[in-house]
Design a protein around this ligand. Structure first.
Ligand code: DCS
Length: 483
């Protein structure tokens, strides 16, 4: 059998590829795309892709990158009538950092000048030095996460602690690389808080199965769960990583997306440095960031970075070598990153407009987070924690036992069944909670908070109407799944 197969025949593919699941573009997304082709209006809330839902790009970075892409415009005598002087100056600055403009490969770690700007941003944010040599620019945070997991995972015996629910980049990459995901559960009743005792239990259980736990992932603010980790919690996590000799992978892509004032974003790097030696010199930490989120939302540009703390120089060299195989991250995306970490300053011509645009987006996201949570909580059999940060709402749907039975009959996981019905009835395309992991017998869905603010009331009304009908169709007034 094996002899007659070609390498890319389905039966002979790498099993890790076949085993890997990525729900954000899974069954629900495929069905939504089909319905869209048939002419139905679909609201794609399955991906945190702000521009696809109508968010306008910030003007200043687009002006700068437009000029970098079309440098001949800089020679046009009328250029100052179309572009502000600070955008022209920044375009010249970034072009001077490249060797041959945007059409040339950069260093595989990214342009040194942009890495310096990232380091300066981190220093301003955290109050501690940051070394540009320990910052690598990447094609979105995803590629950085994949590169680092690739260095960590040696075999199926290597375990990575991942929060559940989690963003499936982690589960999918761990499967692809043939490692083992070691789940730790977030506490829904504690606003998706992270309890270090759960971590200890997860590690002990994995070890009893012969797994070597090597790294721990935190997503702060959380996707899909939207919680912001407190400083005290981050300290506990770092101490735990120190005791257990785990590399901490701090996914901080939503650091600009904060919708409450009690728990502002605080980086793992800052907390680690605040803890002082010896711990601050012990814990190996990789922190990830992106241009895809925040008020930038430049998902299509594919720009990101990671910063390495307490990683030995020989390992940094190896990571550089592996990055070199792909030659260079996108150069235009590197410029977006440079702009994100050094936006217009007070007094610059574009400053006021930049602040107006970015504040406008963030304030609207804050209102939308509230509208969604309140909307879900007003629905029968739905409970939802407030979205403290990130871009998602993750309500629990208490499915009646009749609905669970009907899903079984239809050969579907219960939350997939619910989300498909929601899609067919309303055009709202969500991701079932099972795509992120959830406790046994508990069901959720994830939606982004990104639909336009003026459309939000209508979307929530249409959800409520669907949910009411679903619950009365399948309701049995007892046997709800939990909570
Ligand atoms: N980390 C987290 C927690 C994310 O949510 C995402 C994207 C990424 C990393 C990767 O982003 P970039 O590669 O674009 O930098 N979030 C996906 C999601 O859940 N919806 O949209 C994309």
């Amino acid at each position: 059998m094996e002899m007659s197969l070609k390498a890319l025949d389905y039966e002979s593919l790498n099993e890790n590829v076949k085993n890997c699941q990525y729900a954000v573009r899974g069954e629900l997304y495929l069905r939504a795309s089909e319905l869209q082709k048939e002419g139905k209006k679909i609201i794609f809330t399955n991906v945190g892709n702000p521009h696809a839902l109508g968010q306008k790009p910030l003007t200043f970075p687009r002006q700068v990158v437009a000029l970098c892409q079309a440098p001949f415009l800089l020679d046009d005598p009328n250029i100052g009538m179309i572009f502000p002087a600070d955008a022209i100056a920044r375009a010249k600055h970034y072009l001077s950092l490249t060797s041959g403009g945007l059409g040339a490969y950069s260093d595989s770690r990214g342009l040194p000048g942009v890495r310096k700007e990232v380091a300066e941003f981190i220093e301003r944010r955290d109050g501690y030095p940051s070394d540009p040599e320990l910052i690598f620019l990447t094609d979105g945070a995803s590629k950085g996460v994949m590169q680092i997991l690739n260095c960590v995972i040696r075999s199926q015996k290597d375990g990575i602690l991942v929060p559940v629910p989690q963003y499936p980049l982690y589960s999918a990459t761990i499967s692809l690389l043939g490692g083992t995901l070691v789940p730790y559960y977030l506490e829904e009743s504690e606003n998706w808080g992270l309890d270090v005792n759960n971590l200890r239990q997860s590690v002990a259980q994995a070890r009893s199965q012969g797994i070597t736990v090597r790294a721990m992932v935190i997503i702060n603010p959380g996707n899909p769960t939207g919680q912001c980790l407190s400083e005290a919690n981050l300290r506990e996590i770092l101490r735990f990583c120190c005791d257990e000799r785990l590399v901490l992978l701090g996914d901080e892509v939503y650091q600009q997306n904060i919708y409450q004032d009690e728990r502002p974003f605080i980086s793992s790097k800052k907390v680690l440095m605040d803890m002082r030696a010896p711990i601050s010199k012990e814990v190996q930490l990789i922190s990830f960031h992106t241009v895809s989120k925040g008020y930038w939302g430049e998902c299509g540009q594919r720009g990101g970075y990671f910063e390495m703390t307490n990683i030995p120089p020989r390992t940094v060299e190896e990571i550089y070598k592996v990055a070199s195989i792909a030659l260079s991250p996108n150069v235009s995306a590197q410029i977006f990153m440079g702009l994100m970490v050094s936006p217009p300053k007070p007094g610059d011509i574009s400053h006021d407009q930049f602040v107006r645009e970015s504040k406008g987006i963030l304030e609207s996201l804050r209102r939308r987070a509230r509208m969604m949570t309140d909307g879900f909580n007003s629905c029968k059999n739905v409970v939802c924690n407030f979205t403290e940060g990130a871009m998602y709402s993750f309500p629990q749907i208490k499915l009646p036992s009749k609905a669970i039975e009907a899903a079984k009959q239809a050969g579907k996981v219960p939350d997939v069944f619910y989300c498909l019905k929601l899609l067919e009835a309303t055009g709202i395309s969500t991701v079932p909670g099972s795509g992120f992991g959830q406790k046994e017998g508990v069901f959720h869905l994830r939606t982004t908070i990104l639909p336009a603010e003026e459309e939000m009331p209508e979307i929530m009304d249409s959800f409520k109407k669907f949910n009411d009908e679903f619950m009365s169709q399948y309701g049995d007034n007892f046997g709800y799944s939990r909570m």
